[in-house]
Ligand binder design. Sequence first.
Ligand code: SAH
Length: 195
Amino acid sequence: MILHAWPAKAAVLVASAAMVLIRAPHGQRSRTVRVAASHRGRLELALLTLASIAFVVPLVWVTTPLLAFADYPLHPRLFALGLLGLALGLWLFHRSHADLGTNWSITLELREQHTLVTDGIYRRIRHPMYAALLLYSAGQAFALPNWLAGPSYGVALLLLVACRLGPEERMMRERFGAAYDAYRGRTKRLIPGLF
Ligand code: SAH
């Protein structure tokens, strides 16, 4: 069975809006705390820009016919799997924002009075927000029947996360020393108990 594209379009719109709405209050609150140190290099800036563009590509697919040449038929099982990824990703995104509080930054930064969060969802893995974004973008790749708009955000995020994990952990170690080493010793990066 093949579905029409409109359920995928509706899902992309709702999920993207949810993402923006979940982040908005946390982003606003974080901006009230001054940045004490920025570790944002050129590569980080380039990858962050790429990820922002890749986030918009699915919305271009929803609202214009520009990417229609790369459409393929929507299969219900893949779509259901995609919805699950989107929903789980959004839940984890909300949890990690709630637990990270004003320590959140869109890039590699330390804020004034930065605290090391090791509780809540951060007790399970060190990078729940990146795990959330990867889950979300994998869900989008399955739910969105277009070879370009489907995987675009996931590919950009994979690059960003792969290049950021090392520098981010070095930055946290420099700031929090033994406490971060101990935290790193008892947690994995993205998948509990595995990786
Ligand atoms: N990598 C984390 C956080 C993403 S936001 C995650 O995926 O959940 C990126 C910023 O969060 C970094 O610049 C750093 O300042 C901050 N950060 C990362 N891990 C943290 C932690 N355990 N406690 C407090 N701040 C953290």
